[in-house]
Design a protein around this ligand. Structure first.
Ligand SMILES: [Zn+2]
Length: 321
């Protein structure tokens, strides 16, 4: 917990601006309740979150390290910058704390752990929207809906970082903090955050900000064929067929297909472990891609890191013939 505190303070200080207090402390309370919270410089934790967590199985996500980083991040997101009482406000607090925690987690545990975490977030988002009783909102209009500002927020903010670059998106977030930290009304809205992001995003990637924040966006991707043959130099050529569609969803789940010409990762899993990953442009309908790998290929996966949402995940992976 202390290491996560130090790591999160270091990351956020470097990227978003200085920490505003002289101390940072964690308080333990009994597990009548199970939550953690962030007050100025002071973060109360249920005994059940962290203090008695069994972390001996190292293949699991270190939720203690992650939750502490999230609460520390609120010293910036929620304490330095806070929004008004309106749509989108909790994105500036919770999605930004998630993003910060994910960056700290990635530095400590590597990208492999992030794939697992993003799948967990994606699944929780899909489950959450399935239980929505009123109407699903796009991320930047979130109405304090947890499955949106936590689970979807993680995936969207991590994805923007992955495509636009950490230095660039952090420059946008720093500019946002510089403009609004410790200020009273008028408070910033997600329109201000959106403009900060737009300012650092190349034209070719603008659609990612729009799809992630303004729309409820899904892909319907399926690997329809994967055939490999050996080459004279010992490498393998893999011919892959991928069927794609992009859909915008309204608040009640009605899907409308929109034209797609987007970047997605395609990975070839190799026999004996490891993979070769490439970012490719995919269009609506059938796509044919050719990839060359150094070892015998085992399977092909579209969007292996779970950076986007696809309601039918089973057909995203196919064994190579
Ligand atoms: Zn939080």
């Amino acid at each position: 917990m202390l290491k996560s505190m130090r790591d999160a303070i270091a990351y956020a200080s470097e990227n978003f601006g200085p920490y505003q207090h002289k101390v940072a402390r964690i308080i333990e309370f009994p597990r009548y309740r199970r939550f953690a919270q962030s007050f100025p410089a002071t973060m109360p934790y249920s005994e059940a979150i962290g203090f008695i967590t069994d972390l001996r199985d190292t293949s699991r996500i270190d939720m203690v390290y992650y939750v502490v980083a999230h609460e520390v991040a609120h010293q910036w997101w929620g304490h330095q910058v806070l929004g008004p009482r309106m749509q989108g406000s909790t994105m500036m607090v919770e999605s930004m704390a998630q993003y910060t925690a994910l960056m700290v987690l990635e530095k400590e545990y590597g990208r492999g752990a992030m794939r697992k975490f993003l799948k967990y977030e994606r699944d929780n988002y899909l489950r959450g929207r399935g239980q929505e009783g009123t109407g699903e909102m796009p991320l930047m209009k979130v109405e304090n809906q947890q499955y949106i500002h936590y689970n979807k927020g993680s995936v969207v903010m991590y994805g923007l970082r992955d495509f636009i670059g950490e230095a660039r998106v952090n420059a946008a977030y720093r500019a946002f903090v510089d403009s609004f930290a410790f200020k009273g009304a008028p408070y910033p809205t997600t329109l201000d955050l959106y403009r900060s992001l737009e300012a650092v995003t190349p034209d070719s990637l603008r659609y990612l900000v729009e799809d992630g924040l303004k729309h409820i966006t899904f892909y319907r991707n399926a690997v329809t064929s994967a055939n490999a043959k050996t080459n004279a130099d010992g490498t393998w050529t893999v011919d892959v067929g991928i069927n794609c569609a992009k859909l915008y969803t309204d608040s009640l789940g009605k899907e409308t297909e929109v034209p797609m010409n987007d970047w997605l990762d395609v990975a070839v899993e190799l026999e004996g472990g490891g993979e070769m990953k490439q970012r490719v442009r995919l269009r609506s309908g059938p796509n044919a891609i050719r990839l060359v790998v150094s070892r015998k290929p085992k399977a092909v996966v579209v969007d292996p890191d779970h950076l986007f949402f696809d309601r039918e995940g089973e057909d995203d992976r196919r064994e190579v013939e």
